[in-house]
Ligand binder design. Structure first.
Ligand code: ADP
Length: 697
C-alpha cells in the first residue's frame, strides 16, 4: 500500500514538474530570441545613425556648396523668416539664427519690373539698402512646401550690383556718344550751309558771267571757276551726306521715277569727262526692266554717279560700262571698267571711309575716299548690297543689288519687233558694242559685230541678209565714211553713224558723208529704236540727234512778272535778282523777312505793283522765311484774298523735314541753294501761263 502512495506522489510530482520544465525551456527560448532582436535593433540603430550621419554630412556639404555660391536664400512663412542662409543674413549684418523668427525686411530703394517664369516662379530685381550699402539683387521667388505642410515663400537671390553699374556706365557712355554724334552732324550741317552760301554766289556769278558773252579766254577762266566751284560743292555734299548717313539722319523717299531717264542723265553727265580722257562710256538698260520704279531717285543717282565717276576717274584707256539688269526680284546695277583694277585684299576695305589706293602718279585724281563708303551705306539703307570684283591690271566691276520695286503704273516696256532685221554693228568699243547688240537683239533682230573696218567689209560681202549698219565714229573719220559707201554699194539704205557730242560738231553733215542719220553716244535705247525704225517714218533722221545742242538763247518766261526776293546775303540776292531779270522778271529785293512782309503788304494794298511770286530764304535775320510765310498767309486770310501769293522757300538744307516745315509754314515749294535755275524757270513758265497752284518743282 505504502509503495503505491509513493508511486502516486512520484507521479503527481512528475506531473507537476513536467510543465514547469517546458515553461523554463520556453522562457529560455524567448530570452535568446529577445537577445537576437536586441542585437538586430542595435544593428538597425547603428545603420540609422550611419544614415543620419551621412545625411548630416551631405546637408553640410550642400550648405557649404550653397554658401560658397554666394547666393542669398531666405524662406518666409508669410512675413516671418523661417530660414535664412549666411549670405542673406550678412545683408542685415546679422547671423542666420538672429533672423529666424523675425519679420526683418531691408528698405527697397529701386526696383525693376517683375518677370513671370515657368512653373509659377517670379523673377525681379531690386536695389536694397543693406548693412554693406546699396546692393542690386536679382531674385527668383518660388512657393515651396514647409515641414508642417504649410506653403513657404522661398527667395533665392544673386548680387548683380556690378552688372547694373556696368549697364549704367554703358547707357551713360552711349548717351554721351549719341550726343557727341548729334553735335557732330549739327556742326557739319551748319558748316556745310556756311560753305554752300558763298559757293552759291561763286557758281551763280560764273553763270551770269557766261551769259555776258565773254571772249574765248575769259570763257575758259569762267569755266575753270565753275569746275572748281562744282568740285568743292560735290566735296561738301559728300561730307554732309556721309555725316547724315552716319548719324542715321538720311531719310529715303519712295516715289515713282523714270529709271531710263535716270541712267541716261547719269551717262550724259559723265560723258564729257570720259570724252576728255578719250575713253568710252556706255550705258545699257535691259529692255525687260520696268520703265518706272518706286524709290529714292536722287540717292540712286548718287550711287550711280559715285561708281561711274570713280570708273571714269581711274580708267585711262578702254572704257566704262553701266548696265542695269533684272535678277529675279532684284535690280542689278553693274559698273565695269578697263582701268587699273583693285588688289584682291583691298576689294572690301575700299568701302571703308577715307580708304584710297595708291594707283601711282599716272592714275586718278584727288577725292575724299568717302564715295564708296556712301555708296555702301546707301545701298544697305535701300535693303541692298554692293560688292567689287577685279583682276588687277584688267579693270574693276562694282555690282549693286537692290530690291526691285516697279511703279504700279509702269508701262509695259515698248520693244519693237525687228525679226526681219539684221544689223551689222561696227565698233571698236568694248562696252557700247556689247550693250547696243543686246538692246537690238531684244527686238528679235540678228546682230553681227565687227571690231574693225576689215571685219565689217568681210561681213558685208559675205552676208546679203544685212538690212542696217551702225558705224561707230570711233573707228576714225575716213574708215567710217568708207563703210557708208560700202553699205550703200551693198544696197543697204539704213546706215547710221554713232557720234560723240564733240565729234558731232566736227563731223559735218552725216547725209553728205553717206549716212542715213546719226546717233549721239551714249546711245539712248529710245533713240536707237526710233532711228533704226526710221524707214517707217521717213525724213525724221534729218531733224538732228537727241543729244543735239539745245538753243543757247535765254528763255524769258518771266516777262511782265514781278518777283520778290527775300535774302539777307547780298551776293545771293544779286545773283537771284539778276537771274530773274535775265528771265524777263522785275525783281524786288528785301533784306529780311520783315522787309519782305512790308513789301507784300504794300503790294496787297495796291501801293506797289502786284507780286507774282516770292522767293523766301529760310534763314534770315529779324524774321525767318518760315515766319514771313506764316505772316503772309494770315494776312491773306485777314484780307479775305481769294488768290494766294505763290511762296517758294529757298534753303541750303532740303531734307524731308525741311520741306515739311516749309509746307507747314504755307510755302508752295522748297528749292535748294544754289538756286536751281531750271526749277525757277518752271515756276515762271507756269506763272506766265497763269496756272500756278500746287506746283512743285
Ligand atoms: P575717292 O574716289 O574719293 O578716292 P572712293 O571711296 O570713291 O573715294 O574710292 C575709294 C578708293 O577705291 C579710290 O581712292 C580708289 O583707290 C579705289 N577705287 C574706287 N573705284 C575704283 C575703280 N573703278 N578702279 C580702281 N580703283 C577704284
Amino acid at each position: 500500500m505504502a509503495s503505491s502512495i509513493w508511486s502516486w506522489l512520484a507521479l503527481a510530482f512528475a506531473a507537476l514538474l513536467l510543465p514547469a520544465g517546458g515553461a523554463v525551456l520556453w522562457l529560455l527560448r524567448q530570452r535568446s530570441g529577445l537577445r537576437r532582436q536586441v542585437a538586430s535593433l542595435a544593428q538597425d540603430v547603428e545603420g540609422l545613425n550611419d544614415r543620419l550621419w551621412t545625411l548630416a554630412d551631405s546637408e553640410e556639404r550642400y550648405r557649404s556648396l550653397i554658401e560658397a555660391q554666394g547666393d542669398l536664400i531666405v524662406r518666409r512663412d508669410g512675413v516671418r523668416i523661417v530660414y535664412a542662409n549666411r549670405a542673406y543674413a550678412a545683408l542685415f549684418g546679422a547671423g542666420e539664427q538672429d533672423l529666424v523668427g523675425s519679420e526683418m525686411l531691408l528698405p527697397q530703394l529701386a526696383s525693376r519690373p517683375l518677370v513671370l517664369l515657368e512653373g509659377g516662379a517670379r523673377s525681379f530685381d531690386e536695389c536694397l539698402a543693406t548693412y554693406e550699402g546699396e546692393r542690386w539683387i536679382s531674385w527668383v521667388e518660388t512657393a515651396v512646401p514647409g515641414p508642417d505642410g504649410r506653403t513657404l515663400i522661398q527667395r533665392v537671390g544673386r548680387d548683380i550690383s556690378a552688372r547694373i553699374a556696368g549697364e549704367d556706365a554703358l547707357v551713360e557712355a552711349r548717351a554721351k556718344a549719341e550726343a557727341a554724334n548729334e553735335a557732330k552732324s549739327r556742326f557739319l550741317a551748319t558748316v556745310s550751309h556756311e560753305f554752300r552760301t558763298p559757293l552759291n554766289g561763286i557758281l551763280g556769278m560764273a553763270d551770269l558771267l557766261t551769259d555776258t558773252g565773254p571772249d574765248a579766254e575769259q570763257a575758259t577762266y569762267v569755266a575753270a571757276l565753275r569746275t572748281s566751284g562744282e568740285a568743292l560743292l560735290a566735296l561738301v555734299d559728300d561730307i554732309l551726306d556721309f555725316a547724315k548717313v552716319e548719324a542715321g539722319k538720311l531719310e529715303l523717299v519712295a516715289e515713282p521715277f523714270d529709271m531710263v531717264l535716270l541712267v541716261e542723265t547719269v551717262a550724259e553727265l559723265m560723258a564729257p569727262r570720259a570724252q576728255a580722257k578719250g575713253i568710252e562710256l556706255a550705258a545699257h538698260i535691259a529692255p525687260d526692266l520696268p520703265a518706272r520704279f518706286v524709290g529714292d531717285r536722287d540717292r540712286l543717282r548718287q550711287i550711280l554717279l559715285n561708281l561711274v565717276g570713280n570708273a571714269v576717274k581711274f580708267t585711262e584707256a578702254g572704257g566704262v560700262g553701266l548696265s542695269l539688269t533684272r535678277a529675279g526680284d532684284r535690280l542689278e546695277i553693274t559698273v565695269a571698267d578697263t582701268g587699273p583694277g583693285i588688289p584682291a585684299d583691298r576689294l572690301e576695305t575700299i568701302f571703308g571711309e577715307f580708304e584710297q589706293l595708291d594707283h601711282g602718279a599716272a592714275v586718278g585724281q584727288a577725292g575724299t575716299g568717302l564715295g564708296l563708303a556712301i555708296v555702301r551705306r546707301l545701298a544697305r539703307l535701300m535693303g541692298g548690297e554692293v560688292h567689287a570684283e577685279s583682276r588687277l591690271g584688267e579693270g574693276a566691276t562694282f555690282r549693286v543689288s537692290l530690291p526691285l520695286v516697279a511703279a504700279f503704273d509702269a508701262p509695259e516696256p515698248r520693244i519693237p519687233h525687228w525679226r526681219q532685221h539684221h544689223v551689222l554693228l561696227v565698233s571698236p568699243a568694248p562696252f557700247a558694242a556689247r550693250f547696243l547688240a543686246e538692246t537690238i537683239r531684244t527686238t528679235g533682230a540678228t546682230v553681227s559685230i565687227a571690231g574693225t573696218v576689215e571685219a565689217a567689209r568681210a561681213k558685208l560681202d559675205a552676208q546679203s541678209s544685212i538690212t542696217a549698219v551702225l558705224v561707230d565714229h570711233a573707228l576714225g573719220d575716213a574708215p567710217a565714211k568708207e563703210l557708208a559707201e560700202a553699205a550703200a554699194a551693198a544696197g543697204i539704205r539704213d546706215c547710221l553713224i554713232l557720234l560723240s557730242p564733240q565729234a558731232r560738231r566736227q563731223f559735218g553733215s552725216p547725209r553728205e558723208a553717206g549716212f542715213s542719220g546719226f546717233l549721239i553716244k551714249p546711245v539712248r535705247t529710245r533713240s536707237l529704236y526710233e532711228r533704226l525704225g526710221n524707214e517707217l517714218q521717213p525724213g525724221r533722221s534729218a531733224a538732228g540727234g537727241p543729244g543735239a545742242l539745245a538753243a543757247t538763247r535765254v528763255r524769258q518766261p518771266g516777262t511782265g512778272l514781278t518777283v520778290l526776293v527775300a535774302e539777307d546775303n547780298e551776293i545771293n540776292a544779286l545773283l537771284a535778282t539778276r537771274t530773274l531779270e535775265r528771265f524777263g522778271c522785275t525783281a524786288i529785293w528785301a533784306r529780311d523777312g520783315r522787309e519782305a512782309l512790308r513789301r507784300v503788304e504794300a503790294s496787297f494794298a495796291g501801293a506797289a505793283p502786284p507780286l507774282a511770286l516770292a522767293l523766301l530764304d529760310v534763314r534770315m535775320p529779324v524774321m525767318t522765311g518760315l515766319d514771313c510765310a506764316r505772316a503772309i498767309r494770315s494776312l491773306e486770310k485777314r484780307l479775305g484774298r481769294a488768290a494766294t501769293l505763290p511762296l517758294v522757300a529757298v534753303t541750303a538744307n532740303v531734307s524731308a523735314a525741311d520741306r515739311a516745315a516749309a509746307f507747314a509754314a504755307g510755302m508752295d515749294d522748297c528749292l535748294a541753294k544754289p538756286l536751281e535755275r531750271e526749277a525757277l524757270l518752271r515756276w515762271l513758265e507756269r506763272l506766265s501761263r497763269g496756272s500756278a497752284g500746287s506746283l512743285t518743282a
